[in-house]
Design a protein around this ligand. Structure first.
Ligand code: DGL
Length: 248
C-alpha cells in the first residue's frame, strides 16, 4: 500500500492534495491540517518547528511512505528538522517550486509572494540565487489567506488588495510569479488578470513533478483521501468537498 501524508497548517493544503490526487499514484492520502493553530505565517520559527514535529508524530501513526509538507511556511523553516526525525522521505514545496524553474531564463523577473515568515526566512530567495536567478522581488501578502478562506477569490475587494500590495511593481515586467502559499492557487484568475505576462508557479503542481521525477511510482490507483484536523474537522471536510469534490 502506497500512502502519502500531507501536512498543512490548515485547509489551504487542499490545493496541494488536489494535484497529488489527480496523479492517481497513491492508494491513500492522509491529510492533516493544524486548524487549531493556523495561521503559521506570522509565528516565529521555533513555534512552527515544534508544531510541525507534532504533526509528524501524528502522521507516523498511518504508515505513510512519504510526507509532503504542503505548507510553504513550514517548508521554509521546519523541513530540515522534519527530515531528521522522519523515517520516510519528506518533501517540501519550496524546493519543488524552485526546481520547477530550472529551465527558465536566469534573467527572468521573478515575483515571490507568501506569508511573512516564508518571505522573512529567505529560503526561496536563497535557493533561487543558488540557481542563478538574480531578479527577485519578494513581498509578504498575508491578507490573501483570509480572502481565500472567505471565498473572495475574484472581484472588487480582491483587486483593491492586489493594487495595494503591488503598487510599487511594474506588473507588466514580471515574467514569473511564485505562488508561495497554499492558498494562493485559488487566486489564479486574479493573478492572471494582474500579471498578464507572467507564468504562475503552483506548489501542488511543482511537488507532483518532483515526486514523478524522483520516485518510481506507477499505476492508476483509485486514491482515497482521509482528512484529519486538530480543530473543527467538519470544516476541513466541507472545504475538501467544495474544493476537491470528495468527502472525508
Ligand atoms: N499554509 C500556509 C502557507 O502555505 C498559509 C496559512 C498560514 O499562515 O498558516 O504558508
Amino acid at each position: 500500500m502506497n500512502k502519502c501524508g500531507i501536512f498543512d497548517s490548515g485547509i489551504g493544503g487542499i490545493s496541494v492534495a488536489k494535484e497529488i490526487l489527480k496523479t492517481k499514484l497513491f492508494d491513500e492520502i492522509i491529510y492533516y491540517g493544524d486548524t487549531a493553530r493556523v495561521p503559521y505565517g506570522n509565528k516565529n520559527e521555533s513555534t512552527i518547528i515544534r508544531y510541525s514535529l507534532e504533526a509528524l508524530e501524528f502522521l507516523k501513526n498511518f504508515d505513510i511512505n512519504f510526507l509532503v509538507v504542503a505548507c510553504n511556511t513550514a517548508s521554509a523553516v521546519a523541513v530540515n528538522e522534519l527530515k531528521k526525525e522522519a523515517p520516510f522521505p519528506v518533501l517540501g514545496v519550496i524546493e519543488a517550486g524552485v526546481e520547477a524553474l530550472k529551465n527558465e531564463d536566469k534573467n527572468s523577473n521573478i515575483l515571490l509572494v507568501g506569508t511573512k515568515r516564508t518571505i522573512k526566512s529567505n529560503k526561496y530567495q536563497n535557493l533561487l540565487k543558488n540557481k542563478g536567478f538574480q531578479n527577485i522581488t519578494a513581498i509578504a501578502t498575508p491578507l490573501f489567506v483570509p480572502l481565500v478562506e472567505e471565498g473572495l477569490v475574484e472581484g472588487e475587494i480582491t483587486d483593491k488588495i492586489f493594487d495595494m500590495y503591488f503598487k510599487n511593481i511594474d506588473k507588466e515586467k514580471i515574467d514569473i510569479v511564485i505562488l508561495g502559499c497554499t492558498h494562493y492557487p485559488f487566486l489564479t484568475k486574479t493573478f492572471e488578470k494582474h500579471f498578464k505576462n507572467a507564468k504562475l508557479i503552483h506548489s501542488g503542481q511543482a511537488i507532483v513533478k518532483m515526486i514523478k521525477n524522483n520516485y518510481n511510482l506507477k499505476g492508476k490507483k483509485d486514491t482515497k483521501i482521509r482528512l484529519f484536523a486538530s480543530d473543527n474537522p467538519e470544516e476541513l471536510r466541507n472545504r475538501a468537498e467544495e474544493w476537491l469534490n470528495v468527502g472525508g
